[in-house]
Design a protein around this ligand. Structure first.
Ligand code: ZN
Length: 252
């Protein structure tokens, strides 16, 4: 068992299947999401903020067993309408990574304004209401840029502006960061650290021992097809090693 592994669950949208649109793999229905959160509660899990997790990892203190983190990328409006009521019902702390220049707008990095599949993002009022109820907000850059493909000056500007906006919105100085598209490299990780973020969330990269790199924290993806048993597996301490083994086995 790995003592410094905490399952950091990665979600994007929570919406009915009729609203899944083009990126189906990023959606989970409200029914499935509720069943998953209820399971966490029934099994006695505690949902932590990324700031908590970063502090444990930094101090090399064992994270209590049955800890979990629930994260959402992009800050879709449905996080408010469909996920927030469930989070409140079960008293679960969530971490939502906002695209700070696009608050109250739509996912223009995927679709032009007015496109059939565009999805609205959280408004400032919704963010404040969720913040007051204990939801933690982090940065997903200012414009959802691919930080590995952008001019370094632009990356720095995006990191700084997004951090400033979040400090103002959340009244806190310890902001977590999440790499858009899961793309990162060592220079970008350094830039995120130097911009004052407390940690950086990857998707399926990063060491299996999360203590080894706070700026490439591996997460566990939850898909629309994930069964409740599949979800249970994803929160087990042996899951990352098992998933890596499966991946290698499939390749050979
Ligand atoms: Zn994203």
């Amino acid at each position: 068992m790995n003592p410094s592994w905490v399952p950091i669950l990665c979600y994007h949208r929570v919406c009915p299947e009729s609203d899944f649109g083009k990126f189906r793999s990023l959606c989970v229905t409200p029914q499935k999401f509720r069943a998953q959160m209820r399971l966490l509660k029934n099994l006695g899990y505690t949902a932590l903020s990324l700031q908590n997790i970063a502090a444990y990892l930094k101090l090399q203190k064992n994270i209590p067993s049955k800890s979990v983190a629930v994260t959402f990328d992009d800050g879709y409006l449905d996080n408010y309408t469909h996920a927030f009521p469930v989070l409140k019902e079960f008293g679960i702390t969530a971490n939502i990574f906002l695209v700070t220049d696009l608050i109250g707008k739509t996912n223009v990095w995927d679709f032009p304004v007015g496109a059939i599949h565009e999805s609205p993002l959280l408004t400032e009022d919704q963010i404040k209401e969720m913040r007051d109820a204990g939801v933690v907000f982090g940065s997903h850059t200012a414009n959802h840029i691919d930080v590995t493909q952008s001019d370094p000056d632009n990356v720095k500007e995006e990191l700084d502006r997004s951090r400033d906006r979040l400090e103002e919105l959340t009244w806190r100085k310890d902001i977590a960061f999440c790499y858009p598209y899961g793309r990162l490299d060592s220079g970008i990780k350094r830039g995120v650290r130097e911009a004052g973020y407390v940690c950086g969330l990857a998707t399926d990269s990063g060491p299996l021992n999360q203590e080894a790199d706070l700026f490439e924290l591996r997460r566990v993806q939850v898909f629309p097809s994930t069964s409740l048993f599949g979800f249970w597996k994803k929160i087990q301490p042996w899951y990352p090693n098992w998933a890596e083994f499966q991946k290698r086995f499939k390749k050979s």
